[in-house]
Design a protein around this ligand. Structure first.
Ligand code: FES
Length: 178
């Protein structure tokens, strides 16, 4: 028999629907799951969360073979993917101008989303893996590369939108947050 347990857990300090809050560490997992025996675990979400859950379950004695995870997140090294221009040094820096928000010096090998957040520009984001489209930006000028694992909708490409969490500026770019 297969049974799934559903619990609302929010990262905010205020619980949503009476659920738990905070990081899914050993303490929270133990309180949410109770007995860990005889279960398999399917872990899905941002890499940082998945890694924490896997480490925490491991520390609680769950063997590795009972863990399944989805692979999410930006690649470890975009500069090692075939989309990265072979003549572009890995330490290239670019200017990113955000319409109405300023201009920033960024590392080309960092996602636009991370670079903008690092400079105090808030961009709506959910999956941080190029999947949901929440972080869409309109690319007004310049070029970006997109990691191989990312599926960009044709409509986004046609209308000049990029997913900030999966796009890397390979030259000076100008973007607009819709
Ligand atoms: S946050 Fe989901 S596509 Fe970027």
């Amino acid at each position: 028999m297969t049974a799934f347990k559903s619990t609302t857990c929010s990262r905010n300090r205020t619980a949503v629907g009476g659920g738990a809050t905070g990081l899914l560490d050993q303490t929270l997992l133990k309180s949410l799951l109770g007995s860990l025996d005889g279960r398999r675990y399917y872990i899905c979400g941002p890499n940082a969360m998945c890694n924490l859950v896997i480490d925490s379950l491991g520390a609680l004695g769950v063997p590795n073979h009972l863990l399944r995870r989805e692979l999410y997140g930006p690649p470890a090294q975009i500069t090692e993917e075939s989309v990265w221009p072979s003549n572009l040094p890995a330490d290239t820096r670019c200017q990113v101008a955000v319409e109405g928000r300023g201009e920033f010096d960024v590392a080309a090998n960092e996602t636009l989303l991370n670079s903008l957040e690092r400079n105090g520009v808030e961009v709506r984001a959910t999956c941080r893996s190029g999947e949901c489209g929440a972080c869409r930006l309109q690319l007004l000028s310049g070029r970006v590369v997109v990691s191989e694992q990312t599926c960009v909708r044709e409509a986004d490409t046609v209308h000049g939108f990029v997913h900030a969490c999966a796009s890397y500026p390979i030259e000076d770019v100008k973007v607009k947050i819709p």
